[in-house]
Every structure is written in structure tokens, then in C-alpha cells.
Design a protein around this ligand. Structure first.
Ligand SMILES: *Cc1c(COP(=O)(O)O)cnc(C)c1O
Length: 464
């Protein structure tokens, strides 16, 4: 056994490691600075082990292998594409809506060169921001005007900050919700410089409750889609159409934070009734705010739609300058909205809608196809099972999406260990655990990704 002194001397030096053949392959995959940093860290870790009386391997090969593992572990933090086999369609932790092909192309083109972001090509002078988005949304929703900001949280903040600051916002006690990730309606109202006036009860709020609370200080009647929770049973809410009457009578702004932002009726895809943007505007809401990357199926952004005079006031608020969306987002949004001009094809063109609309037969066929591929891998046991997916993104929380799952298990590996190994695959595959099986829900797996799942699973089994 070597003495600690001999072991310290035997530790390879960074410059010798850098010249080895194995290091050349590392250089092909990783930036030089990263390779160097991890070599230093690994040599240092082994030096500390030796000084602590341990006997780590000190060969070049052993150290380089550990360096490669460090680089790979670090790489898992890089923002990258993953395969979503969870069955949760709008998965906030996985980046919500995958974008339509047309949107991807639009982003690429806008990113690569210059754009007419704020130039009117007729006159060559400075023009409005956002291309055709305003016109498209006028056509699709009936809104007089539109503003696009970074997300729906920004939309609500800007709208309340402009329209309600210094006054009262009247809202039902049943709609003082937390959407998640720090978005709590009461806090947003306070942050906007308005005073919160809550009316009604948790389960029932009537028009008369709102009417009684209106004073000379009231500026906005606010309705919020409760999104990720649902009241059932002895409940009553006041519809937008009734609130619209009160708002116009008393000279108030009626604002509705719809959250999910369906542009079209989802019942045509077998989903429950959700209020749509056009319906809500037609019912008399003055301002409607929605997310771009939930049921709309576009990029992360917030849309503020409504009466021209109000939207112009929001656009003139200096806060808008800080919250407005960038050219890549606008390019993706415009391309996505254009797809809505062809509503009969939406389930083919907008991935989110295709996934939500997928019927049981189609899912069962796809599950059988995936199972056939996975069953060919040595050491894997497979079966098909029914399961429930969800819309996600705070939409339709109580409505499971019945689905088909492919279940797998491998001898000598727990479902948790298998799930962890698949998360470390390239690209990572995110599956769900179902008892002691690992489950792949085919609803959220896109075309071409079956092969990636099979490769990841094979890799995980071979690493055993
Ligand atoms: C999701 C949601 C928000 C927040 O939207 P982001 O786009 O995530 O900022 C706000 N209000 C409601 C009702 C929502 O559902």
C-alpha cells in the first residue's frame, strides 16, 4: 500500500491530464474552461481524501473518468429540451406549452436577423410594436385593442396599477386565490397601490354584494378565474354580464383575470366548458387578462385585451416599458395566433390542443406502439394500464384526462432509481411512478419521441 506521501506525489497534474487522449474527447464535448475547472476540483478532492487518510485511485484514467462524471452532472443544470411523459399537458415546471411549428420558425427567423419590430414598412417611420398581433386578436376575440407583456402576472399588475391605483378594487371572497409561484390576488391588488374590498362569502357572491360595496372610491370590479381550485356544491358566482351592468351604471372598470385564456370553445375537444376570451369580452368585460402559454398554446406572455381607451392608458404607463414582451415572444405569439384563423385545423397545428383533444382510441394505439418498442429491451417487463393525466397550468384542475400508460419495470432497479436514471438521459425523459412501476403517459409524448424514450430506457438498464 502506498504511503500518503507517495499517493500525493502520484496524483496527476492538470497539465498532464490536459495532454492525454481522453482529455481530447472531453474538449470535443465541453468548453475548455469547464474541463479545466473540473480537473482542478477533482484533483483537489482526491488530495483532501489522501490527507484525511483515505486511499482514492490516483491513476490518470480514474481521475479523468471522475472529471467526465462531474461535467455530465453539471450539464443536467443546463436549460434543455426534455421528453414529457407525465401526461400533464401544461406542465409549469417543464415550461408549459410546447410551441407550434409555425411559431418555432417565426422565432428562429426573428432571432437571426433584424425585424420590423417598431418600424412601419409603408412609411419607413417608427411604428407600433407587435406587428399584426393587435389586428389578429381583434378578429379572434373582438377586443378593440391589445397589449402584450411578459406574463399574465405582469398583465394583472399593469392593469390594476394603471386603472385602480389610489382607489378601491371590489372582488368576491371566493376569488381571493393563490395561483402558485407567489401570485396571490390580495397581494397583487395591494402591490398595485389599490385598496382591496372583499365582498360576499367564500362560496356565494351575488350582484347585490358588489353593488353595496361600491363607493365614490371604487375604481375597478375585479373577477378572477380561480384556476387551480374549484368550488363545488352550494355555490354561486355573479356572471360577467351582470357585473357589466353595474360597472357601466356606476362608471367603473370591469376587469376579468381569466388566467388560462382559451380563445376557442374547448367542449369541441371533449373538455369541460371554460369561459373563452371572446365570450368574456362580449359579455361586457372592459379588460381581460390571460396567459399566452396556457390553453392558448403560445409563448410565455400576458395578453391584456379590451376597450381601446383603457388599453391606451396602460400603454402610456412607464411600468409597461418594464413589462413589455420582446421580439422573440411577439414573433411566436403572432405566428400562433395566425393558426387560430384556421380553427378546424387547430388540433393539428397547436400542440397543446392536439394533446388535449387526443381521444382514447388514438392514445391506446400509441401506447401499444410504445410498448412494442420498449418490450424489445432486454431485462424490461412492460404492461399497459389506464391512467389519468391533467391539463395542468392551473386549468381544469378537477378534470382528469383519461389516458393509456405504458408501465415498465426492470429487475434489480426500483421505479425511483429508474426514474432518476431517465432524468439523466440525453434528452432527459420525465415519467411518473405508479406503485412499483414507471409509467409513460403517451398523451404528452410528441411524434418522434418514442425512440428517445426507448434509447433512454436501454441506457438506464445497461448502466446497471
Ligand atoms: C396562471 C394565472 C396567472 C399567472 O399567469 P402567468 O402567465 O403564470 O404569470 C394569473 N391569474 C390567473 C387566474 C392564472 O390562472
Amino acid at each position: 500500500m502506498p504511503t500518503p506521501h507517495a499517493a500525493l506525489r502520484a496524483l496527476p497534474k492538470v497539465h498532464t491530464l490536459l495532454e492525454s487522449d481522453a482529455a481530447q474527447t472531453l474538449h470535443a464535448d465541453w468548453p475548455r474552461a469547464s474541463v479545466l475547472a473540473e480537473m482542478r476540483a477533482e484533483i483537489d478532492a482526491r488530495r483532501q481524501q489522501i490527507l484525511a487518510g483515505e486511499m482514492p485511485a490516483v491513476t490518470e484514467d480514474a481521475v479523468l473518468e471522475a472529471v467526465a462524471a462531474r461535467l455530465k452532472a453539471k450539464d443536467l443544470k443546463r436549460l434543455r429540451r426534455v421528453v414529457n411523459a407525465t401526461g400533464i399537458v401544461i406542465h409549469t415546471n417543464l415550461g408549459r406549452a410546447p410551441m407550434a411549428e409555425a411559431a418555432v420558425r417565426a422565432v428562429t427567423e426573428a432571432a437571426r436577423g433584424y425585424t420590423n419590430l417598431e418600424m412601419d414598412l409603408h412609411t419607413g417611420k417608427r411604428g407600433g410594436r407587435g406587428g399584426q398581433i393587435g389586428e389578429l386578436l381583434q378578429t379572434l376575440t373582438g377586443a378593440e385593442a391589445v397589449l402584450v407583456v411578459n406574463n399574465n402576472a405582469a398583465a394583472v399588475l399593469l392593469a390594476l396599477g394603471t386603472l385602480a391605483s389610489g382607489g378601491d378594487v371590489v372582488i368576491s371572497r371566493g376569488e381571493l386565490v393563490e395561483i402558485g409561484g407567489g401570485f396571490r390576488v390580495p397581494d397583487v391588488i395591494t402591490q398595485s397601490g389599490a385598496r382591496l374590498v372583499e365582498v360576499g362569502t367564500t362560496n356565494k357572491t351575488r350582484l347585490a354584494d358588489y353593488a353595496r360595496a361600491v363607493t365614490a372610491d371604487t375604481k375597478v370590479l375585479l373577477k378572477v378565474h380561480p384556476s387551480n381550485y374549484k368550488l363545488v356544491g352550494f355555490v354561486e358566482e355573479t356572471p360577467v354580464s351582470e357585473l357589466a351592468g353595474l360597472a357601466s351604471e356606476r362608471g367603473l372598470v370591469l376587469m376579468n383575470d381569466l388566467g388560462s385564456g382559451a380563445l376557442v370553445d374547448l367542449t369541441q375537444y371533449g373538455l369541460p366548458l371554460e369561459p373563452t376570451v371572446p365570450e368574456t369580452l362580449a359579455a361586457g368585460a372592459d379588460v381581460v387578462t390571460v396567459s399566452g402559454d396556457k390553453l392558448l398554446g403560445g409563448p410565455q406572455c400576458g395578453l391584456i385585451l379590451g376597450r381601446r381607451e383603457l388599453i391606451e392608458r396602460l400603454g402610456a404607463n412607464p411600468l409597461y416599458r418594464a413589462l413589455r414582451a420582446d421580439k422573440l415572444t411577439l414573433a411566436a405569439l403572432e405566428a400562433t395566433l395566425r393558426l387560430y384563423l384556421d380553427p378546424a385545423r387547430l388540433t393539428e397545428t397547436v400542440p397543446i390542443l392536439g394533446m388535449l383533444a387526443a381521444n382514447k382510441d388514438a392514445l391506446a394505439r400509441r401506447a401499444r406502439r410504445l410498448r412494442t418498442m420498449l418490450a424489445k429491451i432486454d431485462g424490461v417487463e412492460t404492461r399497459l394500464a389506464d391512467g389519468d393525466g391533467f391539463t395542468g397550468g392551473g386549468a381544469l384542475p378537477t378534470v382528469p384526462l383519461p389516458t393509456k400508460r405504458v408501465l415498465v419495470r426492470a429487475a434489480g432497479m426500483s421505479a425511483e432509481a429508474l426514474a432518476a436514471a431517465l432524468r439523466r438521459a440525453d434528452p432527459p425523459v420525465i415519467a411518473v411512478i405508479d406503485d412499483d412501476w414507471l409509467a409513460f403517459d403517451v398523451r404528452t409524448v410528441q411524434g418522434g419521441e418514442f425512440r428517445l424514450i426507448a434509447d433512454a430506457l436501454r441506457g438506464a438498464i445497461e448502466s446497471l
